[in-house]
Design a protein around this ligand. Structure first.
Ligand SMILES: Nc1nc2c(ncn2[C@@H]2O[C@H](COP(=O)(O)OP(=O)(O)OP(=O)(O)O)[C@@H](O)[C@H]2O)c(=O)[nH]1
Ligand SMILES: [Mg+2]
Length: 363
């Protein structure tokens, strides 16, 4: 199934049913009074977040969706039927924008959260409401209020605690498959991951942590090179970024250049994303040639730059227990377990307060 995280379509709430003009007509009751019932209210347009959906695919071929109109009122004071609401289910993390003004109408971040984007028109009043001392036979009733229409843009931004960023082929998806039960595609060539993957990491004494793996970034991604930065929005709401660097046979300078490149692309996309606390995973240590450089020195430089780092091998699993422990410790230290719900900016306070593996760090 295609991964769709952006859709535009129009919704319309139901119009109210019209009020009825009617008079009581019964044997032996001459000139019975007005008994025109009210029109039913039109249906609302409601969005609901559900964890059953992971994309906005359902809305691709539905350019115009409308709620039901209210039924017209009838004689004998019968109110028209209320129009059915249009209930639209969307994945958790869906942001709803007014396409014309750009205004955010809703940000659905919890399971079952609902928002009414458009209310249905009220039903018109029947003629029985308009009888007065001077006009006992009102021959008019109210029309129903019309429904409203809006063009919407829905943008899905995953809610994850941790985001994986790295150059293509660095081992991000392998790492996701190791830390969680996710089974992303893994292959020995760049751009294996074409759309984001989510995985859930079980952590002792704490709620599970959601990890997002996105396609690799290359130099110029912010200018559209490679797959561009289109998927970075899926890590905008994370608390923490894991930068994955490939250590294969590389001299120190190249490893640090890779990090620099990643950081530059993140910064060009969004300063708020760039500012997020980060850790570095020095991956593929099983292929690292210690004759070229000492990994300790790389870690020292990273520490000076404010990044705690961990030498690991996503393939063999070495070093990953420490990473897990550190992540778990970090999130415990935050006193929060929910992903950041805001649409921009880091979710937590100052980076200095971060606590990786119990050590205070400057990020
Ligand atoms: N030797 C070794 N190979 C690894 C390690 N981690 C990943 N690989 C291999 O590196 C290749 C790329 O791994 P992926 O996990 O697909 O890399 P990615 O970063 O997700 O790549 P893109 O999705 O293309 O951005 C695969 O052949 C993996 O088996 C590691 O620690 N050691
Ligand atoms: Mg991948």
């Amino acid at each position: 199934m295609a991964f769709v995280d952006e859709v535009v379509f129009t919704v319309r709430s139901g119009g109210g049913g019209k009020g009825c003009v009617s008079f009581r007509r019964e044997k032996y009751v001459p000139k019975g009074g007005p008994d025109g019932g009210d029109g039913g209210d039109g249906g609302d347009v409601i969005f609901r977040a559900t964890s059953r959906l992971f994309t906005l695919q359902d809305y691709v071929y539905r350019p115009y969706l409308r709620a039901q109109n209210g039924g017209a009122g009838r004689g004998k004071n019968q109110t028209g039927k209320k129009g059915d609401d249009l209930l639209l289910e969307v994945p958790i993390g869906t942001v709803i924008y007014d396409q014309e003004t750009g205004e955010i109408l809703a940000d659905l971040v919890h399971e079952g959260q609902e928002v009414t984007v458009l209310s249905g028109g009220r039903g018109g009043k029947g003629n029985r409401h308009f009888a007065t001392a001077t006009n006992r036979t009102p021959r008019f009733a109210q029309p129903g209020q019309p429904g409203q229409e809006k063009r919407l843009r829905l943008s899905l931004k995953f809610l994850a605690h941790i985001g994986l960023v790295g150059l293509p082929n660095a081992g991000k998806s392998t790492l996701l498959s190791r830390l969680t039960h996710a089974q992303p595609r893994i292959a020995p060539y760049p751009f294996t991951t074409l759309v984001p993957n989510l995985g859930v990491m079980e952590v002792e004494d704490s709620l599970p942590l959601v990890i997002a793996d996105i396609p690799g970034l290359i130099e110029g991604a912010s200018k559209g090179k490679g797959l561009g930065t289109r998927f970075l929005k899926h890590i905008e709401r994370t608390h923490l970024l894991l930068h994955i660097l490939d250590m294969t046979y590389k001299p120190r300078a190249h490893i640090l250049e890779d990090l620099e490149l990643l950081r530059n692309e993140l910064k060009s996309y969004s300063p708020a994303l760039f500012e997020k606390p980060g850790m570095v995973l020095l991956n593929k240590m099983d292929l690292y040639d210690s004759k070229i450089r000492d990994v300790g020195r790389v870690q020292e430089i990273l520490r000076e730059k404010g990044f705690p780092s961990f030498p690991v091998s996503a393939l063999t699993g070495s070093g990953l227990d420490q990473v897990k422990a550190s992540l778990s410790n970090y999130f415990k230290g935050q006193g929060t377990n929910g992903p950041s719900a805001g649409t921009d900016g880091p979710a937590l306070g100052g980076a200095e307060k971060r606590n990786f593996a119990g050590k205070p760090q400057r990020c």
